[in-house]
Write a protein that binds this ligand. Structure first.
Ligand code: ADP
Ligand code: G6P
Length: 471
């Protein structure tokens, strides 16, 4: 395979699962912030994306997508269980999200995680041209920066963590904490969504590896590692142009008609994940109905919950509980032809998502913990009309940027109920003012600005490194 000067390494390739009897492949806008974000910037950049194609067994050879080359990494059934479903999504994911679900520690999973990380590092080493920039993504591949540095000391290595990076009290529970911190610190630049995460890493590096330095510059094992906050974003222009399409307007009009023209529409769009606070939200809504403060004849909730990580036990359990609860709420409060909640457990294409966003009076984004939450930003970008209220969890990274949303602590069900009522009753002028401020922010901080900021900072670490004494 030819080599590239920019290599992105992420667990998943952005491929359509059903792509290709004829070899053609299309971008799969897979539900998930990482794929959404990187899709937008890599479509027109000469680069290679190293990642898993989604299946089991030998990976097919994949055609280029525009200027982007795809380098698949294959996984066996055992690797999928130990690396992806196990260590990444049953150990690290819950631990990094405040342990809202109990993390599971399994020694076998760790071995597989390390082995698969090695395979990703080897693939990246193979496709990176001399002096290339290699940008490693997310918690699945935390060991790759260190492994890659051993294989290719000539390349510039970036690492970006899309999810929260926890405080030492939580991280220290990990049996393999030293290796995981050393793995990330193999990078020249470690990027996070929030400053606090960079601070957490600096503290851990000091505690576990005797590092010196401060939050933005860690001195460890004879090297300098830069860190920083780079809040990820969305392709604002794409969402705006989608929202301007006649199809989207017609679709939104139809949805509004189907849901009840005079009703207030509350919308949530999530991957079906226990970090998203779906159960807390349903409790709040059901109590509002029970207390008669919201009536089915005046309001309706739409919960889109796209299936995710379905073979992981905690996700299956969550789906069962949500479906039972939606059934209970509709059984108790719905009327013939008028459900209290529409529950859609399916993927949507971008235009239909944009139509949903345009239909919402209140967008309810209430994760218990979230690295960023791009759905909140997509909603804002889709509201060219300046209308609609955003109810946003304080525990989403997006809250630091979208301070004009109705911010809420989703653990506090009473507070959540009050905030929903406040958003439902807000004056149009107040909503317009809030929306204008949020739109101005995301327009100035879109995905292109994010990639530029990160890659410029990475490039600068390269220039700085040349002036350091060789170890
Ligand atoms: P996470 O990365 O945890 O999934 P984000 O909110 O950051 O959360 O990103 C979710 C991404 O997935 C968004 O780009 C959103 O548009 C997309 N998405 C969410 N639900 C669906 C769905 N039902 N169909 C298609 N895409 C979806
Ligand atoms: C989050 C993670 C991504 C991941 C996505 C979807 O956004 O940060 O790395 O790709 O969820 O999850 P999945 O397990 O389907 O890749």
């Amino acid at each position: 395979m030819r080599q590239s000067s920019l290599v992105v390494v992420a667990n998943r390739l952005p491929l359509d699962d059903n792509a290709a009897p004829d070899g053609a492949c299309e971008w799969r806008r897979s539900p998930g912030g990482l794929a959404s974000a990187l899709h937008a910037i890599l479509e027109q950049t000469p680069a290679t994306w190293v990642g898993w194609g989604g299946g089991i067994g030998p990976a097919p050879t994949l055609p280029d997508i525009g200027t982007l080359r795809l380098r698949p990494v294959s996984l066996t059934e055992d690797e999928l269980r130990g690396y992806y479903e196990g260590f990444a999504n049953s150990t690290l994911w819950p631990l990094y999200h405040d342990a809202v679900e109990q993390p599971v520690f399994d020694r076998g999973w760790w071995e597989t995680y390390r082995e698969v990380n090695r395979r990703f590092a080897e693939a990246a080493a193979e496709v990176a041209e001399p002096g290339a920039a290699v940008w490693v993504q997310d918690y699945h591949l935390q060991l790759v920066p260190h492994l890659l540095r051993e294989l290719r000391p000539d390349v510039l290595i970036g690492f970006f963590m899309h999810v929260p990076f926890p405080p030492p009290e939580l991280f220290m529970q990990l049996p393999r904490r030293v290796e995981l911190v050393r793995g990330m610190l193999g990078a020249d630049l470690v990027g996070f969504q929030r400053e606090q995460a960079a601070h957490n890493l600096a503290q851990l590096a000091t505690k576990l590896l005797g590092a010196a330095g401060a939050d933005e510059k860690i001195l460890v094992e004879g090297r300098v590692v830069r860190t920083g906050a780079f809040p990820v974003s969305i392709d604002v222009a794409e969402m705006e142009s989608l929202s301007a399409r006649p199809y989207v307007h017609n679709q939104a009009r139809q949805l509004r008609h189907d849901l009840g023209a005079h009703k207030k529409v509350l919308l949530s769009v999530d991957r079906l994940d226990y970090t998203k606070g779906i159960e807390h939200r349903l409790t709040a809504y059901s109590e509002l109905l029970r207390d008669g403060r919201v009536k089915v004849r005046d309001a309706v909730m739409v919960q889109v919950a796209v299936p995710s990580r379905e073979r992981v036990e905690s996700y299956r359990g969550l789906r069962d509980r949500i479906e039972r609860e939606v059934g209970r709420i509709n059984g108790e409060y719905g009327r013939v032809g008028e459900p209290a909640i529409h529950y859609l457990n399916q993927p949507f294409d971008r235009a239909d998502l944009a139509a949903l966003y345009q239909t919402a009076d209140v967008m309810v984004v209430t994760p218990l913990r979230d690295g960023m939450n791009l759905v909140a930003k997509e909603f804002v970008a889709a509201r060219r009309d300046g209308a609609g209220a955003l109810v946003l969890s304080e525990f989403a990274g997006a809250a630091a940027e979208l301070g004009d949303a109705f911010l809420v602590n989703p653990h506090d069900v009473d507070g959540l109920k009050e905030t929903l009522l406040q958003a439902l009753a807000a004056e149009p002028a107040d909503l317009a003012r809030r929306m204008a401020a949020m739109r101005a922010h995301i327009t100035a901080h879109d995905i292109h600005a994010w990639a530029r900021a990160y890659l410029t900072a990475l490039d600068q670490t390269g220039q700085l490194a040349e002036h350091l004494p060789r170890q």
